[in-house]
Design a protein around this ligand. Sequence first.
Ligand SMILES: NC(=O)c1ccc[n+]([C@@H]2O[C@H](COP(=O)([O-])OP(=O)(O)OC[C@H]3O[C@@H](n4cnc5c(N)ncnc54)[C@H](O)[C@@H]3O)[C@@H](O)[C@H]2O)c1
Length: 271
Amino acid sequence: MANNLLKGKKGVIFGALDEQSIAWKVAERCHEEGAQIVLTNAPVAMRFGKINELAEKIGAPVIPADATKNEDLEALFSQAQEHFGGGIDFVLHSIGMSLNVRKKKEYTDLNHEWMKTTFDISAISFHRIMQTLWKLDAMNEWGSIAALSYIAAQRVFPDYSEMAESKALLESFARSFGYHWGTRKKVRVNTISQSPTMTTAGSGVKGFMDFFNYADKMSPLGNATAEDCANYCVFLFSDLSRMITMQNLFHDGGFSSMGINPALMGDQSEG
Ligand SMILES: NC(=O)c1ccc[n+]([C@@H]2O[C@H](COP(=O)([O-])OP(=O)(O)OC[C@H]3O[C@@H](n4cnc5c(N)ncnc54)[C@H](O)[C@@H]3O)[C@@H](O)[C@H]2O)c1
């Protein structure tokens, strides 16, 4: 159901790889709500992803950019502003990748060079994006910047490995830069802590189906899907959320507030 919540707004969306990607669903929903979009992803993702299909569907240009490279980000935001004929109203960071997870290294035996690359791609890129937007003065007043996080930033999920620290750093950047953006331009910055979601990045985590099912049972509302997340992003990019900033917002069907759920007690319950 579309309500023109983003009519006249212009946004840059990072991270749509295929139709499973959270960013893909967000781009579709933002388009439905009347936004103009520029899509971007790492140059390598152009080759094995399907971003051009999405671009055609929603009439958005694709501007490749490696989110770990300042010069790529400068070119991206300059070209996006040219395309829009003005400033940017919203930006979604939907980027994550862990070399140690991909190469199946145990948490007690991580390669620290790879860890630095993981932090660079998954967290420092968020600061880099905000700093580039800042220097180009590319955001419109009352704009909205969001990134996707996961509850492993606060609690231990052993198989999530170094991505836990990436997400803790990501959430911290949202708070720290959120202060500067709020003061300078009334721009808000938040992270969305999303339920486990079936995507390329998600299913790369060892035992993903087990913790997907566990979270689904633990959460009174069940897991939030990528489509649910897209709706939440529309809200965060719309004028309905103007005073929400510097927050890590749990979008997880209630998972983060649960202690025990009888639905998961199984054989251990006496009753
Ligand atoms: N899937 C889940 O269970 C889940 C849960 C909570 C949060 N998240 C987060 O959601 C975000 C999106 O992930 P997803 O699950 O949609 O998976 P995805 O694999 O579809 O998206 C990850 C994206 O990151 C992009 N990327 C990787 N390196 C890049 C670089 N150097 N520059 C630019 N882009 C780069 C990839 O090309 C890809 O499009 C990530 O931050 C992820 O950690 C996912």
